[in-house]
Write a protein that binds this ligand. Sequence first.
Ligand code: URA
Length: 458
Amino acid sequence: MTATPSAPLHMIDLIRKKRDGGGLDAREITFIVTGSADGSIPLEQLSAWLMAVCLRGLSQEETRDLTLAMRDSGEKFSPARLGRAAVDKHSTGGVGDKTSFLVAPIAAACGLAVPMISGRTLGHTGGTLDKLDAIPGYRTALTLSEFEDVLARCGATIVSQTPALVPADRALYALRDRTGTVESPGLICASILSKKLAEGLDALVLDVKTGSGAFLRERKDAEYLAALMVATAEAAGTRTVALMTDMSQPLGRMAGNWIELVEAMELLSGKRPEGSEDLRELSLILAGWMIHLGGEAATPEAGLARAEVALANGSALRVFLAMVEAQGGSITVFKDPAGFHKPGAVAVLSAWDSGYISEMDTTALGWAVQRLGAGREKAGDPVDPHAGIAFNARRGARVEKGQPLAVLYATTPAMLPEPSELLRDAIRISAAPPDFVPLVSRIFTRENAERHLRDAVR
Ligand code: URA
């Protein structure tokens, strides 16, 4: 059925069209986005449409239309009056990925404005907002004027979408989390970019995960997503790069809520704990790109050097603490992070064999973290700030039988057995060490993204 341009639209027709492999035009996509933002389309119809999209995919044009319609579904922020370039970073989702707590204050300390709209736990991946909620008093839901005020005072702010900012993503994100419809390049691209474009950014750095913990595990799918996001954001006028980064193991040694903040604070305080090297390195690389694209360094390498100084001289730490206080959070909890950590139950997983950690199923590890209480079973459930896993050994490490591999923190003792088993099954110990996997394997810029997309559809 082909509708005339002014004919009324019906959600059932759009679901059937996508189910049967058809393409939707900008008007049809705007209808769906408006209906998800204002609640006029029932959730069962939105869920059916999301599943049809997951199975049938979105073309590049549909993805662009969806991204722009979602961006325009609410108020937008205009950072021009701040007098600093507005730059942000966003990742496609990972386990133990706490780079936001480092790159936002580092970039702000280097002269940029970082208006970061983040998400909650999605599928097996952790959510920046759920981690920040572990700080007593910290408010992630700011009004637009509070958001502007924190940004002007501190240089960085990390907030949730408000009902006013990108309401369509707020509705669709929660629904995707509950309906197994996260893993779609078009939906991920539109979800991430709608928020980023609504921030009125000058430049954006994307961290596209690859490997066993990525939403898109196939390398070619992750590359397609990276190129798609760069091309879509550039077409909307935002300088964008995408770094393909390793998620074949959790980033750093902590995965959870409060414990991730503690690890980030150690690095912000200039410490270099064993097991956090990859987190530090990736944060510096991402911040280096932000500083470069924001015009504060001639090259990404020069940006990285500036980022290192901001970590070493404490200026990034000062920005982070100022931001926490400005958003109502207590900074005294950081004086005694171990004392504040009060998990309901603790268990240790010891090596069952001697050898090398050769593989980690990071998606399964992520689900283990969620089921310890760090994530939610259904929308609206509370999360436990103290739940999570501290890893003592990384991929490639030599371990001896009986050596502690990880410490699990759960809300209650009854919540320990399932994640313990998931964790045990997710880690492989072998006689030989695994192949080396680079932390950053490829970079997409506007120059090579279009070419990649053209080759991908051929
Ligand atoms: N992060 C987002 O904001 N949206 C997604 O769909 C995936 C990761």
